[in-house]
Design a protein around this ligand. Structure first.
Ligand SMILES: Nc1nc2c(ncn2[C@@H]2O[C@H](COP(=O)(O)OP(=O)(O)OP(=O)(O)O)[C@@H](O)[C@H]2O)c(=O)[nH]1
Ligand SMILES: C=C(OP(=O)(O)O)C(=O)O
Length: 212
């Protein structure tokens, strides 16, 4: 099965606010962009992925991610993350009605293409499926098979909410890079230990992180 991956990204100036104690205001937008670049590059390099569509209104991020090969969709209808994902999934469905669709967070700087491929293969067995984040509270990936609605419920307690919505929770070993989202300085240290992509490595080198 081939996949179209939809990646939501809010304006860089507002992104990653929980990293304020780790990255100063002047560095945080560049770090958020680096996370998104490494996430999108790894997704595009995954054999099961045909297209990556980034839903964003950020002009710089749009240019940089388009240069990697992503398609850029405007952040519509302006109703926040889940509305943007539902709309993005509908748009990509109109391009490729027979593809499966997966929403993937933009803050997975350690993402490895082979691990993403294993998660997508597992998701293909179910009408809707999701992968809990490393903290086992949120969600990093939500998938819907061909013809199925995505019905995204990202945000607070999204693991429990996706499960309650009927999506299958994927329980897989050795897919840490797909689960390791980076919201806090602690998450960033774990991601750096897993091994991040080149843009995040460069951006993180500008931060003073104890133990790095
Ligand atoms: N297109 C779009 N993406 C969003 C929106 N809100 C959040 N996102 C993205 O959804 C994912 C999870 O978002 P959040 O955890 O809410 O925000 P964050 O920037 O990662 O971190 P915090 O500012 O610390 O909450 C990230 O990839 C965000 O860029 C939105 O309104 N529109
Ligand atoms: C929006 C989510 O991600 P984050 O952990 O970045 O808040 C989520 O887990 O549903």
């Amino acid at each position: 099965m081939r996949w179209t991956v939809v990646v939501p990204l809010k304006p860089l100036a507002r992104a990653k606010s929980r990293l304020a104690d780790t990255a100063a205001d002047g560095l945080r937008p560049g770090l958020a962009l680096a996370f998104a670049q490494d996430t999108v590059a790894a997704a595009l390099a995954c054999a099961a992925v045909r297209d990556v569509a980034v839903v964003t209104d950020d002009a710089l991020a749009g240019r940089e991610l388009a240069a990697l090969g992503a398609r850029i969709l405007p952040d519509e209808p302006g109703g926040g993350l889940n509305a943007a994902l539902a709309h993005g999934a509908e748009v990509v469905r109109s391009w490729r009605p027979d593809d499966a669709v997966a929403a993937l967070n933009a803050d997975l700087p350690a993402l490895r293409s082979a691990e993403l491929g294993r998660v997508l293969d597992a998701a293909a067995e179910f009408p809707r499926a999701f992968l809990p984040d490393a903290a086992a509270i949120g969600t990093t990936l939500l998938a819907a098979g061909p013809g199925r609605e995505l019905l995204p419920i990202f945000g607070t307690d999204s693991r429990a909410r996706h499960r309650a919505s009927g999506a299958m929770e994927l329980r897989l070993d050795a897919v840490d890079s797909v689960r390791q989202d980076v919201d806090t300085g602690g998450d960033l240290r774990v991601a750096l230990a897993l091994g991040v992509g080149p843009r995040t490595a460069e951006a993180a080198a500008r931060l003073l992180i104890p133990g790095q």
